[in-house]
Ligand binder design. Structure first.
Ligand SMILES: [Zn+2]
Ligand SMILES: [Zn+2]
Length: 371
């Protein structure tokens, strides 16, 4: 079932629904529009549809797109509970149960992450595997809240997951700070690297990443683990200094005059450079251009003559989220993902936390906890 975008006139409780009373009430922070302080809303109970899963949030992190929304650089339907990078625990399940991505039934107490997108699974796009572009797409942290549908974003004590969400069980041993970004930064980085690997085997490939934000750094670690020689460019020296810790070489490869085999543009600001520098037969993955920006010139003849592949990647599929979590739980443990969360603030201080995340020397992520 889709989130109700207009207030429902009748409560959804009835056949198939499970009423869950929350004491103390769940709390969520509603964004009312640029320049308005966030509003705290209390949700004393939820009606779970048959396959819904209620999550108690352990930690959410503030993604760059939350900051853009709050600053009015990205249109959003309000009121809205932002936040789409979270890890939490299953505290209630609808009457028909729900399954993790691996097919196993979810149980109370399971620690999980979940996809930002909610897909129908049966439209033409879902059927060909493009679930993140479902014709009836829902997105956590992006939808106007409605009556009986308040817990739709991560900046809350609880999130109500609905059928069509990919839910991935996560290991107890991994820090929450490494897991919360899985459902945006990590999975998006995984999808970007996977897209490049469809065109160019990454073993010994030269990979250049533009943007040392969390997507870029994560893509660096993933590509390095697949045998690539990775370099990261970013105008911010603080961010650039992190690159070596995420598998990037400290100095660009001076030996080979030809450009990189793979360019992952994760900043949104270096698209012309990405298109012009890629080597013949190479691939450019555009993943950072998710905000309105001026069009850039495209030298089509050069793209054609160099036999360059240009690919757009937006969000990810459920199996890519599962693979991203598998990476964090496996070879990704060698990288300091948990250090991305430089500071954790209580939900009651979310306004200040969002300002902190927007500051020039902000950590890669600011964390938010409901207590
Ligand atoms: Zn995000
Ligand atoms: Zn669909």
């Amino acid at each position: 079932m889709r989130a109700t975008l207009e207030p429902a006139t009748t409560p959804p409780s009835g056949r198939g629904f499970t009423d869950v009373v929350l004491r103390p009430a769940a709390v969520a922070k509603a964004f009312l529009g640029e320049g308005h302080p966030l509003e705290t809303i209390a949700v004393p109970g939820v009606a779970l549809a048959e396959n819904d899963v209620l999550i108690a949030v352990e930690l959410s992190t503030i993604c760059g797109s939350d900051v853009h929304t709050v600053h009015g650089r990205r249109p959003a339907p309000v009121p809205l509970v932002l936040g789409h990078e979270s890890v939490g625990r299953v505290v209630a399940i609808g009457s028909a149960g729900a399954h993790a991505v691996d097919g196993a039934p979810l149980r109370l107490g399971d620690r999980v992450v979940w996809s930002v997108t909610v897909s129908c699974g049966s439209c033409d796009r879902c059927e060909r595997g493009l679930t993140q572009k479902c014709r009836d797409l829902g997105k956590y942290g992006h939808e106007r809240i409605g009556a009986h549908r308040e817990l739709t974003g991560g900046f809350a004590s609880h999130v109500q997951l609905r059928r069509g969400t990919t839910i991935v069980r996560v290991p107890e041993a991994l820090p929450a700070a490494a897991l919360a970004p899985a459902s945006c930064a990590t999975a998006t980085a995984w999808a970007a690297v996977a897209r490049a690997a469809q065109v160019r085997d990454l073993e010994d490939a030269r990979v250049r990443i533009h943007g040392a934000g969390l997507v870029g750094l994560t893509a660096a670690a993933i590509a390095a683990e697949q045998g690539a020689r990775v370099e990261i460019s970013d105008p911010n020296p603080l961010r650039r200094a992190l690159a070596a810790r995420f598998g990037a070489r400290e100095e660009p490869d001076a030996v080979r005059p030809e450009g990189p085999d793979v360019v992952i543009e994760a900043s949104g600001h270096a698209v012309p450079a990405a298109l012009s520098e890629v080597a013949t037969g190479g691939v450019v993955v555009l993943v950072g251009s998710v905000f309105p920006a001026d069009p850039v010139p495209l030298d089509a003849e050069s793209i054609v003559r160099r036999v360059v592949t240009v690919a757009g990647v937006h969000n990810y599929t459920g199996s890519e989220l599962a693979d991203a979590v598998g990476f964090l739980a496996g070879r990704g443990r060698a990288y300091p993902f948990a250090d991305a969360v430089g500071v954790v603030r209580p939900l009651s201080e979310l306004d200040a936390a969002l300002a902190e995340a927007a500051a020039p020397a902000a950590p890669l992520r600011v964390g938010v906890v409901a207590r």
